[in-house]
Design a protein around this ligand. Structure first.
Ligand code: PLP
Length: 428
């Protein structure tokens, strides 16, 4: 089998592994999400390389990587990671079902989230998830009750808010005082004492997750120090802590000038820092750093709308904020490229969709040389992209495809308007 570069240009034409983006559109239409299996696997390999390069190496104390399902929950994508031996981080009962349907094991699942319902907890206990990352004392009591009623003991780690600033978008910072996430650092000892006193809980670890899209190692190092300080206190109070879970949050290079450390270097730095205070099992929950760069959103130019003199030109494409919400919600930057490059002069455009909102933009002030009918690729849309899509403006959601070498797998069919309407009824 020939090995293909993941996402690259050949004679100026964008390719995903062995298949041209234009031919994918010819067969599957637009808007279209495309993921490269090779890119997903190399992102995983980068995490493994960091572990191997660390002082603990591959045979040292456990390092377990759990894929954050919420970043890209497509069954095809999850199945790639399940076959690589990944664990999974879930935030709902629905995500647990996805992991199991994709071939993952409940025994490799950690269950995070501030609002776990009674039904979700029961389902996760019965399935046998590895650990509940608990975010409040009321949640501890609920978990203890349900585990007791099932005659089980629930494995728990408390998600601690280490009060570090991740220097990321306000919606993506989760480990600072005042966020809804985690247990306040100052309340952690009391919460652990409560957990240790509950008959149907098994305290196994400490958890934190400080945010998402973080491009600097320093806040992670600060969080590790805070977590290990707490571990020392807990253990001296007779509460043994088996693992520390450092969550996810490593950003990628979206081309906006903020450059995170390469994954292997990041992983090695964190593990070696932990090991200065004694080796113990370390868990991670990366999402974005595993899937974002493996994805493309392909779209077609519908109209070029020149602005008034001195005003903005608009490039109106058939993908919109309902397909990719990140620009609208976070002001996020995604590179936008012509699928087939043209020679000649560029114009500056705001790239926008058909949705009836001025917030419906995918890129601002982009230099492009395009004509109506051309294809554009919005890069790095493998994380927090399709999963945040909606049917706003009664737009059926896009199809999702995985390219694997020369093979193309439709891993989610394009929705139809008939399917959308079939969920609803008029009054009798
Ligand atoms: C979202 C989330 C992650 C993954 O974050 P990334 O920034 O995608 O790596 C991990 N853990 C928890 C608890 C999360 O909520």
């Amino acid at each position: 089998m020939t090995k293909h570069a993941a996402i690259h240009r050949r004679d100026g034409a964008l390719h995903v592994e062995g298949v041209s983006a234009a031919s994918l559109v010819a067969s599957h239409g637009t808007p279209l999400f495309v993921y490269s299996r090779a890119a997903l696997m190399s992102a995983w390999d980068a995490w493994m390389a960091g572990i191997a390069a660390s002082n603990r190496g591959v045979n040292g104390p456990e390092v377990k990587v759990h894929v954050a399902v919420k970043a890209n929950s497509n069954l095809g994508v999850l199945s790639v990671f399940a076959r690589l031996g990944a664990g999974f981080d879930i935030v709902s009962g629905g995500e647990l079902r996805r992991v199991l349907a994709a071939g993952g094991k409940a025994a490799d699942v950690v269950f995070s989230g501030v609002g776990k319902s009674v039904e979700e907890i029961r389902e996760a206990l019965v399935a046998g998830v590895k650990c509940f990352n608990v975010e409040s004392i009321p949640e501890l009591s609920r978990l203890d009750d349900i585990a007791g009623s099932l005659g089980m003991k629930a494995p728990v780690a408390l998600r601690i808010n280490p009060d570090v600033d991740a220097n990321t978008h306000a919606y993506n910072t989760t480990g600072k005082k005042g966020n809804k996430f985690g247990i306040d650092y100052g309340d952690a000892r009391e919460a652990y004492a409560a957990a240790a006193s509950m008959a149907h809980l098994d305290v196994c670890g400490v958890d934190c997750h400080i945010g998402s899209g973080i491009t600097d190692t320093a806040p992670f190092i600060a969080a590790v120090d805070r977590v290990l300080d707490l571990v020392d206190i807990l253990e001296s109070n007779g509460i043994p802590i088996a693992h520390i879970d450092l969550g996810g949050g490593l950003g990628i290079d979206y081309g906006d000038g903020a450059t995170p450390p390469p994954t292997p270097e990041f992983v090695k730095t964190i593990l070696d820092h932990v090991d200065k205070r004694g080796p113990r099992p370390v868990w991670f929950e990366p999402g974005r750093s595993l899937t974002a760069a493996a994805g493309l959103l392909l779209s077609k130019v519908e109209y070029l709308k020149p602005g008034p003199a001195g005003g903005k030109n608009f490039c109106i494409i058939d993908a919109a904020m309902n397909d990719l919400a990140r620009p609208t919600v976070y002001g996020a930057f995604h590179r936008i490229e012509a699928v087939e490059e043209r020679v000649g002069d560029t114009e500056v455009y705001d790239v926008v969709g058909p949705v009836c909102e001025s917030g419906d933009w995918l890129g601002r002030a982009r230099e492009l040389n395009v004509k109506v009918g051309d294809l554009l690729a919005v890069r790095d849309t493998g994380a927090y992209s399709f999963v945040m899509s909606s049917n706003y403006n009664t737009r059926p959601r896009a199809a999702e495809i995985i390219v694997d070498g020369e093979s193309v797998h439709v891993v989610r069919k394009r929705e139809t308007v008939e399917q959308l309407l079939s969920m609803e009824t008029v009054l009798p």
